[in-house]
Design a protein around this ligand. Structure first.
Ligand code: SAM
Length: 450
């Protein structure tokens, strides 16, 4: 079996490229990195093909649990692990096409066989042909009918991991959990933030960028209704006149409300979506200290600061927990590492990587960072804690624990208040994708007493 066989650039079908990308995702790459790598390998420069592959990979990933259940049905006593990873991904793509996308089954089977034919042996081709034909005959509804556990059923119906279904029901009850789940898996509305260090929102709106934009309650943030080309190809993107950023993420810097006189600490800053936003809200005045532990991400932030013409920010590559933090700050943003469970609509690969155990592990890291970084809040100063997670242990539980041990801090209402009250914490807000078409976020603000 020679996987390097394919040398005729572009002489491959979309299904093959999607399966190759899915294989790379299985080995740890993000969906975007994987598609980029495979597109480069096969010299795919046409963005329409790129977009089609992107859609196929993302949709296949989104429904992976159901697809795997269907495939298992035709493997008799074998498990998915018995299949070569590339073949498994070819089958996932074909199963998605025939049972979810409603592509004629014979066509999907044919494309699967062609994908295998690109670089594998005749017996592999025959095996895929036989399995795909059996998959054609499966009725996905019977799989759900034959599943007795209620959480398993919901996991299949909403394409979610079972532990997340359980968590959402525990916290919000079944009706709201279903509403959240039916929106969580979809990519949110695209939004952009205008870089006001370079251009005013009004002037930007008048530019010939050929985007149809819609105002939001935030003056520098717009919903993208329509574009003729993908956002990174829109006029003004390369010049950093605007930044592609989820709406919920843009709200965080507004809640921090930095003023041009402030000293601000951004404790987990890279890749810098929020740092550059904070700098523009400060009109490049005052001072921002941005810290990040990861060198590669910090260098990305460094590049962004230059592109966005940010001049008031010093970057430190360090573990925020290890810094003595002798200086104090008027405002601190702590946007710590989190599970990213609120972003699985745009990063579906994460959905299948997250585990309940991981949420527990990461929440320990979050509380440790909050305990340490909060020491640098000036008397009367504020700290905004935000995550792009919808898991309670990473959000309300962290703030609650912190306040129990720090009576010198109290919760303050997060303004602008565009989400819904957090759980038993009305000052903090939750942005949930069924109410606002954005990523799932949590934002809390605490103030240090004088
Ligand atoms: C959620 S991301 C921050 C996103 C960023 N605020 C933005 O808007 O672009 C969390 C960041 O925390 C960094 N990080 C993790 N542990 C850290 C630590 N102990 N000290 C400093 N940074 C840390 C990670 O490298 C990652 O870049």
């Amino acid at each position: 079996m020679n996987r390097e066989w394919v040398s005729i650039k572009n002489a491959v079908n979309r299904e093959f490229i999607a399966a190759e990308s899915l294989e790379l995702i299985g080995s740890g790459l993000s969906a975007r990195q994987a598609i980029k790598k495979v597109a480069e390998k096969f010299a795919i420069s046409d963005w329409k093909t790129h977009s089609a592959v992107h859609a196929l990979v993302f949709e296949t990933l989104r429904a992976r649990n159901v697809l795997d259940r269907i495939i298992k049905e035709v493997l008799n006593n074998k498990s998915l692990k018995d299949l070569n990873p590339f073949m498994l991904n070819v089958l996932r793509v074909a199963t998605y096409q025939m049972h979810i996308q409603n592509v004629p089954a014979a066509l999907a089977t044919n494309e699967a066989v062609v994908s295998i034919g690109q670089n594998m042996e005749e017996k592999d081709k025959q095996l895929i042909n036989a399995l795909a034909r059996r998959i054609e005959k499966i009725q996905p509804s019977t799989i759900i009918e034959n599943t007795s556990d209620r959480y398993d059923v919901l996991a299949l119906e909403y394409f979610m991991p079972k532990w997340l279904v359980k968590h959402l029901i525990e916290v919000w009850g079944e009706a709201r959990a279903k509403s959240i789940m039916s929106n969580l898996g979809k990519p949110p509305k695209r939004t952009i933030r205008v870089n006001t260090l370079k251009i005013s929102p009004d002037t930007f709106l008048e530019m010939d960028h050929r985007m149809q934009l819609e105002k939001t309650p935030l003056l520098d943030v717009f919903n993208v209704v329509k574009t003729e080309v993908p956002l990174p190809r829109v006029k003004g993107y390369k010049e950093s006149l605007f930044f592609i950023q989820d709406f919920a993420s843009t709200l965080v810097s507004h809640v921090l409300k930095p003023s041009p006189e402030d000293d601000v600490l951004d404790a987990c800053a890279a890749p810098g979506g929020k740092t550059t936003h904070i700098a523009q809200l400060m009109q490049n005045r005052g001072r921002i200290v941005a810290i990040d532990i990861r060198r590669r991400r910090a260098l990305e932030l460094h590049k962004k600061l230059k592109l966005f013409t940010v001049k008031n920010t010093s970057l430190i590559i360090a573990d925020a927990n290890m810094l003595p933090l002798k200086a104090t700050f008027d405002k601190i943003l702590l946007d710590p590492p989190c599970t990213g469970s609120g972003t699985i609509g745009s990063r579906p690969e994460n959905k299948w990587r997250l585990t309940k155990r991981y949420t527990k592990w990461i929440s320990k890291l979050q509380i440790k960072l909050l305990n340490h970084v909060s020491k640098a809040v000036k008397l009367g100063g504020t700290l905004v804690y935000s995550t792009c997670s919808i898991i309670k242990n990473e959000n309300e539980d962290i703030i609650e624990k912190f306040l129990q041990n720090h009576p010198d801090f109290y919760l303050e209402r997060t303004e602008p208040f565009l989400g819904e009250p957090a759980i038993n914490m009305p000052e903090a807000q939750r942005l949930l994708p069924d109410k606002i078409n954005c990523e799932g976020f949590f934002i809390a603000k605490i103030r240090k007493k004088h």
